[in-house]
Design a protein around this ligand. Structure first.
Ligand SMILES: [Zn+2]
Ligand SMILES: [Zn+2]
Length: 287
């Protein structure tokens, strides 16, 4: 495995099953050089999967303490910002992952990654069964990730497909789906966002391959975009889940490097072939 850091992990501060310390210790034990917790940002409606606004400062304090724990391991304090999130100061974190988890069609917006039933019901009720319209809505929301300057990494680009191996709800090859996704990807890459290759739905048994799928990985490569691997782990057992295989997938899609956040806050490029620093900080990093 060439990847040396994982920046997308959850903990007891949101819907993860292990403490921040346990998640980071697992990363260190797996041979990573750095690990980042990505707190689910507070949402403006009641839910059971994000941190609440009043607890963010306690999360920051705990992460500050953990930075001192391992001199040989870099601890990063991140946030997974949802585009509907309002009550959080994104400058408080080492990095921001930008994600869409909801479709803004009701006052309490339905989630696209909670359960297959909720997603299927949303497509049926809110979009009259038109899955392409739901996809257009999702990718339209993703433009907000591209537009937020604090976001460095785009989370799970095609999250809509989380349950698709079971539901067959979306046709990602339909012209409307593709067009909406292409527009979002173009905006994200133009804004300099790094696209994560996320194995989280695999470790939880929903998918057999990471997302974005190979078609999009090839498209990102064609457009000279940058990618990094993340596990979106919600338990310590999954911090590097499927990383070796995902690296092979990236190579098959034409990538020879993955991005890595270095201590100065820039992205460096790590070779998938020899594990070394290949090009140093990449010159086209737009914050
Ligand atoms: Zn997410
Ligand atoms: Zn996540």
């Amino acid at each position: 495995m060439r990847t040396r850091q994982n920046l997308h992990m959850h903990s007891l501060w949101d819907d993860g099953r292990n403490s921040c310390r346990e998640m980071l210790a697992a990363c260190r034990n797996q041979g990573l050089a750095a690990g980042g917790i990505s707190l689910h940002s507070p949402m403006p409606f009641a839910n059971d999967w994000t941190c609440t606004a009043d607890r963010v400062k306690d999360y920051l304090r705990e992460m500050d303490g953990l930075r001192q724990a391992w001199p040989d391991f870099r601890v990063l304090c991140g946030i997974e910002w949802d585009v509907l999130s309002t009550q959080v100061d994104l400058t408080s974190f080492d990095y921001v992952i930008g994600s869409v988890h909801h479709l803004p069609v009701r006052e309490v917006p339905p989630s696209v990654d909670n359960t297959p039933d909720e997603l299927a019901e949303t497509v049926r009720i809110d979009f009259g069964g038109d899955a392409d319209a739901a996809a257009e809505c999702y990718f339209q929301e993703l433009l907000k990730v591209a537009a937020e300057p604090r976001v460095r990494i785009c989370g799970h680009f095609d999250l809509l497909l989380k349950f698709n191996e079971r539901l067959h709800l979306f046709n990602p090859e339909s012209s409307r789906y593709r067009k909406a996704a292409h527009l979002a990807l173009e905006a994200l890459l133009d804004a300099g966002k790094v696209i994560e290759v996320n194995t989280g739905a695999m470790s939880r048994g929903w998918r057999s391959v990471p997302y974005p799928e190979a078609y999009w990985l090839q498209e990102i490569r064609r457009r000279h975009g940058r990618v990094l691997l993340s596990s979106d782990a919600h338990s310590a057992a999954h911090v590097t889940y499927y990383f070796e295989e995902a690296e092979a997938l990236l190579e098959a899609c034409g990538f020879d490097v993955v991005a890595e956040l270095n201590p100065s806050g820039e992205f460096a490029e790590i070779s998938l072939k020899n594990g070394g620093l290949r090009h140093g900080p990449s010159g086209h990093d737009k914050k």
